[in-house]
Design a protein. Structure first.
Length: 206
């Protein structure tokens, strides 16, 4: 894929996410975008902030919250998503400030989701590329999202990816085969710390 953001911009956004969390946890303050924010980071974009706790070189998910659609400027969405990933993910208790010494911060900047249209739902797996695509499944009031890196980390194929995204939405795993289920795909540029507060690099899924 062609990269939209530079390594410097990616590093900036990850450091911003960490600072937003630590300021909120230590002082209860929601920071404003810094004056030196690159102008391109004010463009609207979807973004997810993922927190992984590093325990004996093994990552354990500690929180992941974001905005799937480009409804907010990236810099503002990152601040909001970072704080919510630390204190608002219903799957986990709120992060404690002392935990941040063990947490790796990862930011995924999303392309706008596009609907995957096929005549026969059985063709959906052929339209999905593992390592490139993230998925959103929608059916009625139910919706679930999985980032591109999840399928790679779990070793899923396309059908498994679709099934687990259905489960994430609270649907049966084969709901993607039903005609009224809508499937969207997106890609992401992922930047992460190598270790807590460590150097930031662009993550490749291939």
């Amino acid at each position: 894929m062609l990269y939209s953001y530079t390594d410097e911009e990616g590093s900036f956004i990850v450091k911003l996410a960490r600072r937003a969390i630590e300021e909120y946890l230590s002082k209860g303050v929601v920071i404003d975008p810094p004056p030196d924010t690159p102008s391109r980071l004010y463009a609207k974009s979807g973004v997810f902030v993922t927190l992984n706790k590093l325990i004996e070189n093994v990552k354990e998910l500690r929180g992941c919250i974001g905005f799937p659609y480009p409804t907010h400027p990236l810099v503002e969405a990152t601040i909001k998503a970072a704080i919510e990933s630390a204190v608002g993910d219903p799957r986990f208790p709120p992060v404690d400030i002392d935990e941040m010494d063990y947490i790796v911060v990862e930011v995924s900047i999303l392309t706008p989701p596009e609907e995957v249209r096929v005549e026969d739902p059985r063709l959906l797996p052929s339209k999905i590329e593992i390592g490139r695509d993230g998925l959103i499944v929608q059916r009625g009031i139910y919706s679930g999202l999985l980032l591109p890196q999840v399928a790679v980390e779990q070793g899923w194929d396309q059908e498994e990816f679709l099934s687990y995204c259905c489960l994430k939405a609270g649907l049966p795993p084969d709901a993607w085969l039903l005609r009224n289920t809508r499937i969207y795909r997106f890609s992401a540029e992922i930047f992460e710390e190598g270790y807590p507060r460590g150097p930031i690099h662009r993550r490749s899924l291939r």
